[in-house]
Design a protein around this ligand. Sequence first.
Ligand code: ZN
Length: 414
Amino acid sequence: MENVFTWVFLGALGAATATRLWLAQRQIRHVRAHREAVPGMFADSIPLAAHQKAADYTVAKARLGIVDTLLDAVILLALTLGGGLQWLSDLWQAVFAVDSIWHGAALILSLLLIRGALGLPLSLYRIFVIEERFGFNRMTWKLFVIDLAKGLAVGAVLGVPLLLAVLWLMLAAGTFWWLYAWVVLIVYSLFLQMIYPAVVMPLFNKFSRLEDAALAGRIEQLLSRTGFRSRGLYVMDGSKRSSHGNAFFAGFGGAKRIVLFDTLVSRLQPAEVEAVLAHELGHYKLRHIVKGMALSWGFSFALLLALGLLAGEPWFYEGLGMQTATLPIALALFMLVVPEFTFFAQPLLSLFSRRNEYEADRYAAANADAAELVRALVKLYHDNSATLTPDPLHSAYYDSHPPAAMRIARLRTA
Ligand SMILES: [Zn+2]
């Protein structure tokens, strides 16, 4: 059964898993080695106890990441070479014709549910043990169950039609199904961006108008200074689930809603909120959001092209432990194994993202007060127990944001 592709897959899985474990080990060792002293530039703003808490929190998350990596590898092997997906396919074949859209839909949906269920214990551990132990968790069991039910319902309503459309194209549209599927995917993602803030997010959170007149005034000034049209300033009750803070824009096209987490508004001074928002505006004004979207479209084009080519090759199915070969099965296999290959593109994506962060910081420094942004960042690092001393390689590989010390050093010279 096994062929050359089996070994290519095992090689990628082995290399990706080994790299993940190696980076996690490095992160744990580096953070622990720097646990006993606050780095010089933060010495007067972050107490030693907070620094040590951040180190312990980072180590706890990295340890959970190791368990997650090992579990994922075992599940992936069980589903592919272990025959799990073949077993699932046989099971559905008793109900639906194997070359029908329904067999494909049942197979992929049950696969997603099984993987979700297997990942549940780790999510629960992360929220109710780790986040709880470090005092970040505000999620209750009841809210968790409600979120899960809502998430499944939203996933079904929004995801199933897309899946059926893609499966239909696979089975009916001929050689270039993958190209049509790509177009459908793009149109659908634009549609989702349009309805998400208005339809989906209110299912999970409450949005209220920003009441603080002084803060609203400052923000309005920033917006008119930078020529940004907003469709209102809102506060979101992020504190319902977690005490981590954030700010973002929601919406599509010219005018957007500006949303601040309640945790951000309550912890930061108005001038600091303004600086954080100026950074977010920077992302928008410097077209990072559009560039990121174009990048992900290019990425999905390449992936769908690869799937279109692989799906026609018997060795692709055989090499991954399948005796049954249909295009929907190729999609299921592809979804399972592709992260082991794209993992090696992660450092490039992280680099792209970190460059954008520096640019947005420069924009914030030009349009608000750089010193206020530094103060806000220090508070956010402190409040979120984000480590100030990440392992440089781990950070270069994964981090979407540059390490605090490097960001602040650049802001101080801006
Ligand atoms: Zn940013």
